[in-house]
Write a protein that binds this ligand. Structure first.
Ligand SMILES: NC(=O)c1ccc[n+]([C@@H]2O[C@H](COP(=O)([O-])OP(=O)(O)OC[C@H]3O[C@@H](n4cnc5c(N)ncnc54)[C@H](O)[C@@H]3O)[C@@H](O)[C@H]2O)c1
Length: 256
């Protein structure tokens, strides 16, 4: 067996038998995570509010022989969480991974930030992850390898003019992750944060002049698959002693 095929074997089996729920899983990074995790052997519940995109994704990946199931889930709705988690319980009796990836963004100077927009953004980017952890915990406790991955951002570490709600929300999510890591460690549930730099997805289509690219040492945005690789690592037993930390995947942005 050469090195390439050995690596392929690891990929094919690392998450075999795992059940993972990915929010914001219909498009962008979430869709890529669903693809990568299922390719590594997981059963993936991809959840989103974009039902057409989600159903199309599940159909596409299903045709590749991957086990990806799409469900409608508004992460801001506790009852919707209860309903999806009940379905996962009925199907598998446990959950091994939760990826809180759903997120929204808007750009407004701090002086003009509307309260309604601020609250709506926090409801998805922060409260959505809290509700997800609360809903999934009973099932995660039944797993031998439970892991939660929260998707924050370099904008949760630095400030960016115009992005007050987004930056504050990603900073809050990073803090939430640390508390969860500490509280859930006795249950052997690991909780980590991914800190992506710029990633090419529909989210940053509005950015002029390449957004963070000029300040990114590697000189480009990430491909979604490069973030998915980090998510897969954190969910896998390769990260069995990794909890409460931030995995920065930013092309060197924060090292400047
Ligand atoms: N694109 C980037 O440059 C970048 C950089 C750093 C972090 N992030 C973060 O990565 C994550 C994924 O974003 P993306 O880049 O794939 O953008 P995206 O807009 O393509 O994907 C976000 C997904 O979240 C879903 N979503 C929004 N509100 C929801 C809700 N209430 N319930 C369920 N799903 C909801 C959207 O429908 C969408 O499918 C987000 O948390 C984002 O903040 C993105």
């Amino acid at each position: 067996m050469n090195a390439t095929s050995a690596r392929t074997d690891v990929r094919a089996t690392r998450l075999t038998g795992c059940v993972v729920l990915v929010t914001g899983g219909a498009r962008g990074q979430g869709a890529s995570h669903a693809h990568r995790l299922a390719s590594e052997g997981a059963t993936v519940w991809a959840c989103d509010v974009l039902d057409d995109d989600g159903a199309a994704l599940a159909g596409r990946l299903g045709a590749e022989g991957l086990d990806v199931r799409y469900r409608h889930l508004d992460v801001t709705d506790p009852e919707a969480w209860a309903s999806v988690v009940a379905e996962v319980e009925a199907a598998h009796g446990r959950l091994d991974g939760l990826v809180n990836n759903a997120g929204i963004i808007h750009v407004t100077p701090i002086e003009d930030e509307p309260l309604e927009a601020w609250n709506a953004l926090f409801a998805v980017n922060v409260t959505g992850a809290l509700l997800g952890i609360q809903a999934a915990l009973p099932l995660l406790r039944r797993s031998d390898y439970a892991s939660i991955v929260n998707v924050a951002s370099i904008f949760g570490v630095i400030g960016a003019p115009g992005y007050v709600a987004y930056c504050a929300s990603k900073g809050a999510l990073t803090s939430l992750s640390k508390v969860a890591a500490l509280e859930l460690a006795p249950d052997q549930i690991r909780v980590n944060t991914i800190v992506p730099g710029g990633v090419s997805t529909p989210m940053n289509e509005h950015e002029k002049e390449g957004g963070v690219i000029p300040d990114t040492p590697l000189g480009r945005r990430a491909h979604v698959s490069e973030i998915s690789a980090a998510v897969a690592f954190l969910l896998s037993s390769d990260a069995s002693f990794v909890t409460g930390t931030e995995l920065v995947v930013d092309g060197g942005y924060l090292s400047r």
